[in-house]
Design a protein around this ligand. Structure first.
Ligand code: IPM
Ligand code: MG
Length: 359
């Protein structure tokens, strides 16, 4: 028997609880197959926490996360809270939890399943061989800089500041180089160094660290060009490292290469093995509660958790293979089905994946 791993489960809003439910079934199946032991502790987060506790990130939820070995997060947000003040927005909880848990690195893999190429809006031949990872800085930049309103010469103005210090850039860039070393050793550092001072600092730091990794082929790509190249030659990218807001935008773009954002997992990491794992997609309030959402991104987030936090590589492979086999057999949720009339629901997809999991 392996030691008990504590998992904080924060399902959140919209389709969050549905997709997390399927991911938990997958985790329980690995207890059966591999003798793992998980202890799940559930916490309120996001809109539901605003409704029930008056804050998107209640202290007790943060404590549950801090006491856990890993966090499994569903999704937060919805129209109900869209007009709330900043403190009472679900997104504020998300930014708060990243900062409070020191999760400065956000890893978003985008690989194209061969059998889903037809679900992408891009031509299959452009997608051929696409397998990349966006490493996004997550606790700095314009997201966390000072924000305020003021009276300017021409009336009201709004200010968002973008700040990065050397240490913040160093730690994310090092992590990206390390990840590149485990893959095909190509790193694209994305910035806007032709305009932004923070980007010029970013580039200096990357160039200073690069000699420590002589095997890694490094390119600097301006963010606007990267947005274009992702559509033109996605398979030429391996690891992309970039600052917070560029990473937010580029990871959504990269996600769509795969056909559906419903397929993509993500990990948010700090210095140690602790991590927060969540699907890249949001709470999808338009389809919440209908049992039609795609649980694969959350299930693949569990595989990522197994690899990055627990080192359970064999089980991670079992999960990833099960997903592939179920897709190869032609099963699709609505978001990835070409013929929507054949689409299956969330629970059916989860059950098929669990049934396909074998050692
Ligand atoms: C993401 C989301 C969040 C972000 C929002 C909901 C605050 O878009 O995780 O990519 O911008 O980081
Ligand atoms: Mg985003």
């Amino acid at each position: 028997m392996s030691e008990v791993k504590k998992i904080a489960v924060i399902a959140g809003d919209g389709i969050g609880p549905e997709v997390v439910g399927e991911a938990l079934k997958v985790m329980k199946k690995t207890e059966e197959l591999f003798g793992y032991q998980f202890e799940f502790e559930h916490g309120l987060f996001g809109g539901i926490a605003i409704d029930e506790k008056g804050t998107p990130l209640p202290q007790e939820t943060l404590e549950i996360c801090k006491n856990a070995d890993a966090v499994l997060l569903g999704a937060v947000g919805g129209p109900k809270w869209d007009n709330n003040s900043k403190e009472l927005r679900p997104e504020t909880g998300l930014l708060g939890i990243r900062k409070a848990l020191g999760l400065f690195s956000n890893i978003r893999p985008a690989n194209v399943f061969d059998c889903l190429k037809e679900a992408s809006t891009l031509k299959p031949e452009v997608l051929e061989g696409t397998d990349l990872i966006v490493v996004r800085e997550l606790t700095g930049g314009i997201y966390f800089g000072e924000k305020f309103r003021r009276e300017g010469a021409n009336g009201e103005e709004a200010v968002d500041t973008c700040v990065y210090n050397v240490q913040e850039v160093e730690r994310i860039v090092r992590q990206a180089f390390e990840i590149a070393m485990t893959r095909s050793k190509r790193l694209a550092s994305v910035d806007k160094a032709n305009v932004l001072e923070t980007s010029r600092l970013w580039r200096e730091v990357v160039n200073r660290i690069a000699p420590e990794y002589p095997e890694v082929e490094l390119e600097h790509v301006l963010v606007d060009n990267c947005a274009m190249q992702l559509l033109r030659r996605p398979s030429s990218f391996d690891v992309i490292v970039t600052e917070n807001m560029f990473g937010d935008i580029l990871s959504d773009e990269a996600a769509m290469l795969t056909g559906s954002i419903g397929m993509l997992s993500s990990a948010s990491l700090g210095e140690g093995s602790f991590g927060l794992y969540e699907p890249v997609h949001g709470s999808a309030p338009d389809i919440a509660g209908q049992g039609i959402s795609n649980p694969i991104a959350t299930i693949l987030s569990v595989a990522l958790m197994f690899r990055l936090t627990f080192g359970y590589h064999e089980a991670a492979q079992v999960i990833e293979d099960a997903v592939k086999n179920v897709l190869d057999a032609g099963h699709r949720t609505g978001d990835i089905a070409v013929d929507k009339s054949t689409a299956i629901g969330t629970t059916a997809m989860g059950d098929l994946i669990v049934a396909a999991m074998t050692k």
